[in-house]
Design a protein around this ligand. Structure first.
Ligand code: C5P
Length: 228
């Protein structure tokens, strides 16, 4: 890993977890801390890339050396990623994006009703941002997706990753088993990277920063010739 092997490259990283508003004070969220995505952004900047971090509700400090776009919901993240992705060399979708959002956002705080013991929320599907990019004309932009799965069996986990990479039209898919020894808020991570021919192109384990460099090694080796 050359010190500045990403010099002249533009890399977009999404990180964190989206919050889908319900009313002015409530949201549906997830447990993503943003640690792995932030580590990738920081490591890419250290390797010379011009990094745009699309940050959704990070629970970790923001990295230095990156341009940061703050977003909260999946729809906001989509707008920011799409804009930043134009002309980018790579888009790394490390954010945990909500699959569904409340169908309606109440303008007033939703009140409890005496005698009403059940409340049903209607949700609608969010757009799949990575799949949209994968289906769009993205020549020259390497698309990297993530999968956090609870599947314990390694072979089945890798099959899920391969299927997900294909379904989303991503070039690389980074899979980690949440709850292995790891998880969203943990400092360590273990991942495998699945490539276009379904092969495992890299495996990395250790601090989220060392895993970030392992993922960037794969990305650096697959960027279209040019810059750098
Ligand atoms: O389908 P699943 O949520 O497991 O896919 C995870 C990958 O897809 C991640 O890279 C995530 O950032 C991305 N994703 C997305 N838009 C969604 C859901 C997930 O871009 N609505």
């Amino acid at each position: 890993r050359g010190a500045h092997d990403l010099a002249g490259r533009r890399i977009v990283v999404s990180a964190g977890g989206t919050r889908e508003p319900l009313d002015p004070v409530r949201f549906l969220g997830n447990r993503s801390s943003g640690k792995q995505g932030v580590a990738i952004a920081e490591a890419a900047a250290a390797r010379g890339a011009e990094v745009t971090l699309v940050a959704a509700n990070l629970e970790v400090a923001e990295p230095g050396g990156c341009r940061i776009r703050h977003v909260s919901s999946a729809l906001e993240l989509r707008d920011a990623v799409r804009e930043a992705a134009v002309g980018a060399d790579a888009v790394v979708m490390a954010a945990a994006v909500a699959d569904y959002r409340p169908a309606a956002v109440s303008e007033a705080k939703i009140k409890k009703v005496d005698g009403q013991d059940h409340l049903t929320l209607e949700l609608v599907r969010n757009p799949d941002i990575l799949a949209e990019l994968g289906a769009s004309d993205h020549d020259g932009t390497l698309l990297v997706g993530f999968a956090a799965e609870t599947e314990a069996d390694r072979d089945r986990l890798l099959e899920l990753a391969r299927a997900k990479r294909r379904a989303k039209g991503a070039d690389l898919l980074v899979v980690n088993r949440v709850g292995w020894s790891q998880g969203f808020a943990a400092d360590e991570n273990t991942v495998a990277v699945v490539g276009p021919d379904d092969a495992i192109v890299a495996e990395a384990s250790g601090s989220k920063m060392s895993v970030a460099h392992g993922i960037l090694d794969v990305i650096a080796g697959r960027l279209a010739p040019g810059a750098a």
